[in-house]
Design a protein around this ligand. Sequence first.
Ligand code: PXL
Length: 273
Amino acid sequence: MTKRVVSVQDISCLGQCSQTVALPILSVLGIETVILPSAVLSTHTGCFEGFTVHDLTEEMPKIIAHWKKENITFDAIYTGYIGDVRQFDYIIDLKKQLNPGGFVIVDPAIADMGELYPALSLDIVDGMKKLITQADIIIPNITEASIITDTPYKNSYSQEEIEVILHKLADRGPRYSVITGVSFEPGKIGAGCLDKSTGEITYYFNDYVDKVCYGTGDIFSSVVVGRLVNGSTVYDALKSASDFVTSCIRATLDDDDHFYGVHFESVLGDLLR
Ligand code: PXL
């Protein structure tokens, strides 16, 4: 049976992030992808000025009520960038109504490189803290993991420090706590994951490709969601996501003009293999 996932995040019309990467990635992995857009923006907020934002909070309960009437259910709920704090209660209601006992994957897309995204207020951080108590797996980058656990952000972290943060994340709810963008030696970057049920921490690393790119966190999470929903282990899902993001960055390396995202389209077919 085809799996059905609802992706709850914004539509950045231009920007190769959030819904515009979740949809193609989950589709290529054979998953029916339903979108619940949290807002429509002209671009993402990472490296543009003057972007437009149209909030869709008021549509959310209406859309959820209609799906409920149509007896729609989801195998998983996948959440990303959320721009309005009122949406967290709607997402929790979505789980209750249409995904009881199903899987919830939260990418708390609030920050990167030590900074909260410019359009977000601090109440979004509190909302995210509340949402992750409902999650089975959370996929923050190091900045987000630090903010969520009230840990001061640093430019680099030892393995011991990462593991303290992983445990703090686990204390907040989810069975699996992932941190992306982890590096303990020059030239290697990857993800760590704590399985709260066993206490086991696993890592997967790739060679570091020296280019800062936007949207890679959303691409990483979308691959993890697709793989998990298709029955992969968490380790295999992280490996696939990490390998794919590395390929996406490599595919963009020579294009100095492409400043706002990665050319994931040219390597999307790799996910079929
Ligand atoms: O990639 C995360 C993301 C998603 N959506 C919006 C963003 C960002 C990051 O900047 O601005 C609107």
